[in-house]
Unconditional design. Structure first.
Length: 204
């Protein structure tokens, strides 16, 4: 299904020199025993929250056990929140257009843009703008709903390096980043490196 959408989404606007490829991940095989965890670098240089997908909810490796993350912001001394005003425009959301940092060292093995933009509250059609990074230990990390990629297929990236911006595309109701990790077909539970997170926190 990914390949079918690739031509339609990228279309004639894509320069011939730019290369895209994305292999659809295999069906997830849930571990029979304890779920293995993977430590990842924070996605944002600021406070963010994530909503977890419980075991069995998603069926594709890189989607299964994934989490949807959004940047928090605030005006003055107010409580942190997801958006300014009423959130009816993408520009109201603190996540919209924010830098997305690489969650790990590795090689970009998948890159799939989607130039379509959803309005908040309206679910778009798949696929999302996606990126896959494979670590040297074989773990693959998949990120979705990205836009404005700043890395290329086959490029080596470092944890914390800017790789894209937050979009609102594909099956998404609002600006956010979906992230999932798997080793082969086995999904992994994500944990955040909180020491790296502390170094990224803005001064207040």
């Amino acid at each position: 299904m990914i390949a079918v959408f690739l031509a339609a989404v990228v279309g004639a606007a894509t320069p011939a020199s730019v290369k895209y490829a994305f292999d659809e991940p295999p069906p997830a095989i849930e571990p029979a025993g304890p779920i293995e965890a993977v430590m990842l670098h924070p996605l944002f240089a600021g406070y963010f929250i994530c909503g977890e997908h419980p075991a069995g909810e998603k069926t594709i490796a890189g989607d299964s056990l994934g989490t949807d993350c959004q940047l928090l912001g605030r005006e003055g001394t107010s409580f942190r929140r997801l958006y300014r005003t009423n959130g009816l425009r993408n520009e109201d959301w603190y996540s919209w257009g924010a830098d997305v940092l690489s969650p790990t060292d590795g090689t970009v093995i998948g890159l799939l843009p989607n130039a379509r933009v959803n309005e908040p509250g309206t679910m778009g059609r798949p696929p999302a703008g996606m990126l896959q990074v494979r670590r040297d230990d074989g773990v693959t990390v998949m990120l979705g709903h990205l836009t404005d990629f700043s890395v290329a297929l086959g490029e080596r990236v470092k944890a914390g390096q800017r790789i894209a911006r937050v979009g609102n595309n594909g099956p998404s109701y609002a600006p956010h980043v979906h992230i999932g990790a798997a080793k082969g077909a086995e999904p992994l539970q994500i944990r955040w490196d909180q020491r790296a997170m502390a170094e990224l926190m803005p001064a207040e």
